[in-house]
Design a protein around this ligand. Structure first.
Ligand code: GLC
Length: 464
């Protein structure tokens, strides 16, 4: 890989830095000067996570430390009895700096200004993951031990582990509440959210100091991690064998000892899947809830499941096999496809609300997102699939810089720069830098906090 592209990418990443009172605080989402309306001039938490990893791997932790402390300040820590105010524990989706001449202040958006008013359930997850990576790379445990940081972790866990109407270990969320922040039929228990939930519970458990106050939080997190991993590994996993199992499901079972606990009707298995699923490959389904199985493939959740240890080793290897067998569909000419297959026709009309930005094979609905290449790289390191990493980087590197680092690509194989894609999209730049670093120094994956634990492989028999 040419060093010059990496150098150029670093210059672009530095140019995206947003300062607050003279200190670097984050990176803006994009610096497209032509399409810069809306909120791409803000620091998005999920986008900054990728920049944070790039800075941490490059031994430049200051911007990350500033970001972490500012986020703890922005988090809502009081119970709000006002339904128009962000709830207790929430962290913002994005923020910007306003004012000047020593009178700068931060304006945060918790979803109350976002298109369609979607809430960011993933901001707290990403904050925990960035914090863990910061501590691991710098060894600055004092940062996590600060009273306000420990408090922020507890308030987040209060929100994550609060009483709800349903009784599953997964987290129930509204549509469009994470990276896919438009209506896409991803309400309920989407895999992308569940994998981040698992990963951040593990981070929280590691980051909480040993104290009387933290005891219940640590125990509750551990318990939830066990239940959640059993649930996802068992009910979300799809391979030929499991598909056949679903195909022959009994339905309308009542009582405690049911097999088809969600009452999934075999008729819901889509025709494309039966021929598409390879002999040795598998993946976690997009979503499971009462009488609902979303068979779509979502890259983010699957890759996060692998690097966080939510997938067993066997499942992780089967997933990499799926990528090899269905390369054109899932990686394509620009790594990598966010969701497969795209929603079309009536499904598109009903599930997206006729959203033209999310028409078939575009944007979230089957577009290709280079920003996720860092996740792919991490999954390749974790599973030893270096052939996949090399092949993906070979198709990504020349094209991405030539196209000026677009946000996403369109088409079944990701051949066209997305119709509404910004250029100079920061997480496309940072994603490449992190992937390039992991390709050269695979052992640094551990520094990012995605270490393998011995318990990662056991499908603990527990009741859900
Ligand atoms: C879009 C994406 C979202 C991202 C934001 C800024 O809204 O859907 O995931 O955080 O742009 O890049």
């Amino acid at each position: 890989m040419t060093q010059s592209i990496q150098d150029a990418a670093w210059d672009l990443l530095s140019a995206s830095v947003m300062n607050f009172n003279g200190k670097p605080l984050g990176t803006v989402a994009a610096r497209d000067t032509i399409k810069q309306e809306l909120n791409y001039d803000q620091v998005f938490v999920r986008d900054f996570a990728v920049s944070a990893y790039a800075y941490l791997l490059a031994d430049q932790p200051d911007i990350v430390a500033n970001f972490l402390l500012e986020m703890a300040r922005l988090q809502r820590t009081k119970r709000q009895f006002d339904c128009f105010e962000p709830g207790e524990g929430l962290m913002p989706a994005s923020f910007k700096v306003e004012g000047g001449d020593g009178k700068e202040h931060i304006v945060a958006d918790f979803g109350e200004r976002a298109i369609a008013r979607v809430p960011p359930v993933d901001s707290g997850f990403w904050w925990l993951l960035i914090l863990r990576a910061y501590v691991q790379t710098t060894g600055d445990h004092a940062m996590a031990e600060r009273a306000e940081v420990q408090h922020a972790i507890r308030v987040l866990l209060d929100l994550f582990l609060s009483e709800r109407f349903d009784m599953f270990p997964t987290m129930l969320v509204p549509d469009g509440s994470f990276m896919i922040d438009r209506r896409m039929g991803v309400y309920g228990y989407p895999i992308d959210v569940q994998a981040l939930f698992f990963s951040s519970l593990k981070a929280a458990e590691q980051l909480l100091v040993d104290s009387y106050e933290n005891n219940d939080y640590v125990n509750a997190s551990r318990k939830r991690i066990d239940h959640l991993s059993y649930h996802i590994r068992t009910y979300y996993w799809l391979d030929l064998e499991q598909l056949n199992h679903i195909y022959r499901y009994d339905v309308e079972e009542y009582g405690e000892h049911t097999v088809n606990i969600f009452n999934i009707y075999p008729e819901t298995i889509p025709g494309w899947l039966i021929d598409w699923i390879p002999e040795n490959g598998g993946y976690f389904a997009g979503n499971i809830g009462p009488a609902r199985m979303d068979y779509r493939y979502f890259a983010h959740g699957n890759l996060m499941a692998i690097i966080s240890g939510l997938a067993t080793d066997q499942q992780a290897q089967a997933f990499m096999e799926l990528l090899r067998a269905r390369w054109d569909d899932l990686i394509g000419e620009m790594p990598l496809k966010l969701v497969f297959p795209a929603l079309k026709d009536r499904d598109w009309a009903i599930l997206t609300g006729m959203d033209p930005k999310n028409r078939a094979w575009s944007y979230h609905n089957g577009g290709n997102w280079p920003s996720m290449v860092w996740l792919l790289a991490a999954a390749c390191v974790r599973t030893g699939a270096y052939d996949i990493l090399q092949r993906a980087l070979d198709s990504l590197v020349p094209r991405l810089s030539r196209d000026n680092w677009p946000e996403y690509y369109d088409g079944h194989y990701g051949r066209l720069v997305g119709r509404e894609a910004r250029v100079l999209q920061t997480w496309s730049i940072a994603g490449f830098l992190v992937a390039a670093h992991l390709a050269e120094q695979p052992q640094s994956l551990e520094h990012l906090g995605f270490t393998k634990a011995p318990s990662d492989n056991a499908i603990t028999a527990c009741h859900t």
